[in-house]
Design a protein around this ligand. Structure first.
Ligand code: NAD
Ligand code: ZN
Length: 237
């Protein structure tokens, strides 16, 4: 059976009301990315960084998956071949829509990471700096977010599945953040067909065989319907 790999970014959650990474003026929720998304920022001002992710985590309570998340969850349920949804998003809208074959390469808002022992655990409330790790006791819990300069989760598994992908689809990502931005090239090297669904052409748009421009909540259900109707990963049908 055929293998489909899907990469999603902040754009797929935009219509659920979660702002994308680089909003007006290049800011994320009013902050410069380097002030909330680097190990240096966490070391310099842990109160600010923890509070920033506390607010993002709390905001999840008032949003819901949109038609694009729903469509990918349906594809996950109904696609008989191999499938992996790799998301750069730290929200939990894919799983709340019902997706299971899913991997969060940049971490999750509803998770805490122990900087001392590396244990990750579900976390839904506020996470003040100095919170104690239930596993090792160190006062070292931090938001489980992969910062710039840190290694994304499960890269070996992602590269492995990309090496046998028949189709790679990128949805709602600007193609500015590596290594995710390089997945399209890796998939092509191994012979996968490549499709981009995005509001604006991404930085790596030229690498895709086809780009469809529009809103994810419109484009993704259309594409999923076509794939399931054809029972084939060919997006040309
Ligand atoms: P990005 O903000 O850099 O790019 C978003 C892309 O989505 C843009 O190309 C834009 O044209 C497109 N877009 C906007 N609205 C859309 C819509 N309605 N339909 C389809 N496409 C739409 O996002 P990115 O590439 O994912 O940036 C990466 C980093 O941002 C990740 O590391 C991620 O952890 C972080 N981030 C995550 C969230 C989230 O979890 N929802 C939100 C903001 C930032
Ligand atoms: Zn620990």
């Amino acid at each position: 059976m055929h293998t489909i790999v899907i990469l999603t970014g902040a754009g797929i959650s935009a219509e659920s009301g979660i702002t994308t990474f680089r909003g007006p003026g290049g800011l994320w929720e009013g902050h410069r990315v380097e002030d909330v998304c680097t190990p240096e920022a966490l070391a310099r001002d842990p109160a600010l960084v923890h509070r920033f992710y506390d607010l993002r985590r709390a905001a999840l309570a008032s949003v819901a998956p949109n038609a694009a998340h729903d469509a990918l969850a349906r594809l996950d349920r109904e696609w008989g071949g191999e499938l992996l949804i790799v998301t750069q998003n730290v929200d939990d809208l894919h799983e709340r829509a019902g997706a299971v074959r899913l991997l969060h390469m940049h971490g999750e808002l509803r998770s805490a990471l122990c900087a001392a022992c590396g244990t990750r655990q579900a976390w839904t409330g506020a996470l003040p700096p100095g919170s104690a790790c239930p596993a090792c006791g160190a006062a070292a819990l931090r938001p489980d977010i992969v910062f710039f300069g840190e290694m994304p989760y499960q890269m070996e598994r992602i590269e492995d599945v990309l090496s046998r992908a028949d189709l790679f689809v990128s949805i709602g990502t600007s193609g500015a953040v590596y290594p995710a931005a390089g997945f399209v090239r890796l998939a092509r090297q191994h012979g996968a067909a490549t499709l981009e669904l995005n509001l604006d052409p991404s930085e790596g748009s030229a690498w895709f065989e086809e780009t469809r421009l529009g809103r994810a909540a419109t484009l993704v259900p259309e594409w999923v319907d076509a794939v399931l109707a054809a029972n084939s990963p060919s997006y040309r049908t």
